[in-house]
Ligand binder design. Structure first.
Ligand code: MRU
Length: 339
């Protein structure tokens, strides 16, 4: 089992996903500053994993607060939460997890601060366990959509590395294979951070799941030749109307899939649903450093001073989505996640 996030007393250990698949090394975070930096730098990534890590970051931050009464503690905890909230803007799991920890504090004002800090750790670990169970339920629901012989195109990394459990889209694929279904996975490399080429191939190899790596621009050609029978992706935030923010390039795949009458599925836990926003237009899209595009593995590939645009996510409008698979079941259009 791949374990991307480990909590030990006063310490968060993160499998450094920037180094995979060449090196399997963990970094150690001892305070919330280090956790925030690790999320920003994509040591850990994937919506559910970001949420879990941020929750543990709050626990490390809480331990550094010397306050002796609740009001002092709470006013010093707020900047800790704010620092973690300002790491990455798109995946809603981050804000959802931080909100849960804040709520625990507010609901337990009367407790001794020592006990309150312990309660925060319990809540963060509970979030981690809940995400694991959600993955398994998503796998159970989603496997029914997969037929013998399917050739499934997936994008980015939605597996253990991104969730701490078996994964969302990848969890469905794993569950179908464990049930004995014969399937093949097309892994799109996912420029610029290469989550597909570096991480998804690494996970699928460990699970002995047949797969082939392609560059992102090959998807249309394979669909045209009838070699893709479904697209299965994850999500970073789902709006009330079912619009989905996911890794940049997801929208392109959705449009291609529609053109070729190939079902396009999104798998995500309900912690990824943001029912406070009506549509994808309100989802903030993270812009990342130009170097992610102008360099590959520390080697410059574009002339110096080349101007770059690097949005990390895009929005797939709900009309392109056949179904959203959550731990609660398979949801089909019209989508309406109560506002
Ligand atoms: O920038 P990343 O690697 O954090 O983006 C991850 C994705 O877009 C995933 O598809 C999404 O978080 C779902 S992971 C279960």
């Amino acid at each position: 089992m791949i374990t991307p996030i480990i909590y030990e007393e006063g310490l968060v250990r993160l499998l450094d996903q920037r180094k995979l698949p060449l090196e399997e090394v963990y970094i150690e975070c001892r305070d919330h500053y280090q956790v925030a930096q690790a999320i920003r730098d994509m040591v850990v990534r994937g919506a559910p994993a970001i949420g879990i890590t941020a929750a543990l970051g709050v626990c490390l931050g809480a331990n550094t607060i010397p306050a002796s009464n609740f009001n002092d503690f709470f006013s010093q905890l707020n900047p800790v939460i704010e620092l973690l909230a300002n790491t990455r803007p798109t995946a809603v799991n981050l804000f959802w997890a931080l909100e849960r920890l804040k709520e625990v504090v507010l609901q337990n004002k009367g407790l001794e601060l020592h006990s309150l800090k312990q309660l925060l750790v319990q809540e963060a670990l509970k979030i981690m366990e809940e995400e694991k169970s959600a993955n398994e339920a998503i796998g159970r629901w989603g496997k029914e959509l997969i037929k013998e012989g399917d050739q499934i195109l997936t994008y980015c990394n939605t597996g253990s590395l991104a969730t701490g459990g078996i994964g969302t889209a990848l969890g469905i694929i794993k569950t179908a294979l464990w049930e004995g279904k014969r399937i093949m996975v097309w892994v799109s490399e996912t420029r610029p951070f290469l989550q597909g080429a570096r991480l998804t191939t690494w996970e699928l190899r460990q699970c002995n799941i047949p797969h082939r790596l392609i560059t992102d621009n090959m998807a249309g050609h394979l669909m045209q030749k009838g070699e893709v029978s479904m697209v299965m992706v994850g999500a970073d935030r789902i709006a009330a109307n079912g619009d989905v923010a996911n890794k940049i390039g997801t929208y392109t795949l959705a449009v291609l899939a529609k053109e070729h009458k190939i079902p396009f599925y999104v798998a995500a836990p309900t912690s990824t649903i943001d029912s406070t926003i009506p549509s994808g237009h309100q989802i903030p899209i993270e812009e990342r450093a130009p170097q992610e595009i102008t360099y590959i593995m520390d080697r410059r590939i574009a002339p110096e001073k080349t101007e770059v645009t690097n949005p990390a996510f895009d929005i797939t409008p709900h009309q392109y989505i056949q179904a959203i698979i959550t731990e609660k079941g398979i949801i089909r259009p019209p989508f309406s996640f109560i506002l």
